[in-house]
Design a protein around this ligand. Structure first.
Ligand code: UGA
Length: 443
């Protein structure tokens, strides 16, 4: 393994194709165009493609529209409807298609395989295929087999973008990981990102694929520890915010990723953590620590639901509850595997009428209601959502929830009670207005 801190920021322009304009492909394509490469982004969904061509972003991501527009204006970024057309003539083809979770916890590689099968015969001689999708250990070999051409190398280059800050994470990554059995191909892929100035780690494909899962599983385990610690703080009367401040100043622990919440979710942490556990089980390795982190996350969701029940006098049956936030975290419109949405749904199942507000969710009627929102009354602002409610549950850390008129809120509610599952509000300020207030890991 080589660890090279790249200093040379001059980048030789290369011809790149990116397959899939989702949360990973779109920022990746725009970033590569920003660094001067000639990028063709393939998106097979006609609606998405048309939106992209018109300058409309299919996802909520700060700074993305601007970065994409810059690439288009500079002549470095264009869009295609077919992966084959995009890949033809490219020196590097990035696979950024979805790898959803299969029934047994393993990653479903059918989109990756399909894309590899389609583009394989059309690739230019000596082209390099890059696995950017999160894939199980051994997938680089699998893609090599699907393509079946000795002149084509497959490189693993996992992404570490966070939704909501994907543009900044792409332009200023902590590290670039490239792994391949062909070290020249790996180094060439690393060189595409030399403009970022990030440390480059060149390794084999298996190690690179493991780094991706291990990173997300470690972050998930860190959060499970934080949430469990918050539960302990409630039992012993400690304040988790001060406890974490005390921990964070230890440089080996750090302050990042220490916010307690309703549990970790999204399209990556849960899927990748379960996938790593699946890999361990298949390898006959007892990774009980990871199984514990997953079980602990489930307990956290149940704890938050129980807090809302307690706030409502022990049961939510027949009670109106207000929920603030439905996305899996703030600054994204993504509700996949969202702890907030899961808490809201469980409250509905327990017999509550749930009035919900999220800045990215609009109220719609009839067939237009997305399946995951069925049973929720979607409101157009937090006050409307709280009207007549016995309690408000703050589930996503949208900044606007910090700056509301609490006196107005109290007047609108049936009973002024808040369960703050993101520790967003100031307990003293809220109680001064007359609210009953419960948070995570603090009195
Ligand atoms: C995660 C990783 O952070 C990225 O590095 C990775 O590239 C990405 O998955 C991926 O594999 O594509 P993301 O899914 O955008 O990024 O979300 P995170 O910011 O990691 O948050 C995950 C969950 O943890 C959210 O539910 C969030 O609310 C929760 N969280 C996060 C907390 O409860 N507390 C924190 O301090 C941080």
């Amino acid at each position: 393994m080589t660890n090279i801190a790249s200093r040379d920021r001059r980048v030789a322009p290369r011809a790149v194709a990116v397959i899939g304009a989702g949360y990973v492909g779109l920022p990746t394509a725009a970033t590569l165009a920003h660094f001067g490469h000639r990028v063709v982004l393939a998106e097979r969904d006609p609606g998405r493609l048309e939106a992209l061509r018109a300058g409309r972003m299919p996802i909520v991501e700060a700074g993305l529209a601007e970065l994409v527009a810059d690439g288009v204006v500079a002549g470095n970024l264009r869009f295609e409807g077919s992966a084959v057309d995009a890949a033809r003539g490219a020196e590097f083809v990035f696979l950024c298609v979805a790898t959803p979770q299969g029934d047994d916890g393993s990653a479903d590689l059918s989109y990756v395989e399909q894309a590899a099968k389609e583009i394989g015969p059309q690739l230019a001689r000596g082209a390099v295929v890059v696995n950017k999708s999160t894939v199980p250990v051994g997938s680089a070999t699998l893609v090599e087999q699907v393509i079946g051409r000795p002149d084509i190398s497959v490189v693993s280059n996992p992404e570490f973008l966070r939704e909501g800050s994907a543009v900044s994470d792409s332009l200023h990554p902590d590290r670039i990981i490239v792994g391949a059995d062909d070290p020249k191909a790996a180094a060439d892929v690393g060189a595409l990102f030399s403009g970022t100035g990030a440390p480059l780690i060149v390794t084999d494909a298996t190690t690179s694929e493991t780094i991706k899962y291990a990173s997300n599983a470690f972050l998930a385990t860190k959060l499970s520890f934080v949430n469990a610690l918050a539960g302990l703080c409630e039992e012993v009367g400690a304040d988790v915010r001060d406890v974490l401040l005390g921990l964070g100043y230890d440089k080996r622990i750090g302050f990042e990723f220490l916010q307690p919440g309703p549990g970790w979710g999204g399209s990556c942490l849960p899927k990748d953590t379960r996938a790593l556990l699946h890999i361990a089980q298949k390898a006959g390795y007892d990774f009980s620590l990871l199984a514990g982190a997953i079980a602990s996350n489930e307990q956290q969701l149940a704890r938050v639901v129980a807090k809302v029940e307690t706030a409502c006098g022990g049961s939510v049956q027949g009670v109106t509850v207000s929920v603030w936030g439905l996305t899996f975290k703030a600054n994204t419109d993504d509700r996949r595997d969202s702890p907030a949405l899961e808490v809201a749904r469980r409250l509905v199942t327990l017999g509550a009428t749930v009035r919900a507000f999220d800045p990215t969710v609009a109220a719609v009627e009839g067939d237009a209601v997305p399946a995951d929102l069925a049973g929720l009354d979607i409101c157009s602002d937090p006050y409307e959502a709280a009207t007549g409610a016995a309690a408000v549950a703050v589930l996503t850390e949208w900044d606007e929830f910090r700056w509301l008129d609490l006196a107005r809120l109290a007047r609108l509610m049936a009973t002024p009670r808040i369960v703050d599952a993101r520790n967003l509000l100031d307990p003293a300020a809220v109680r001064r207005i007359g609210f009953e207030y419960d948070a995570i890991g603090r009195q």
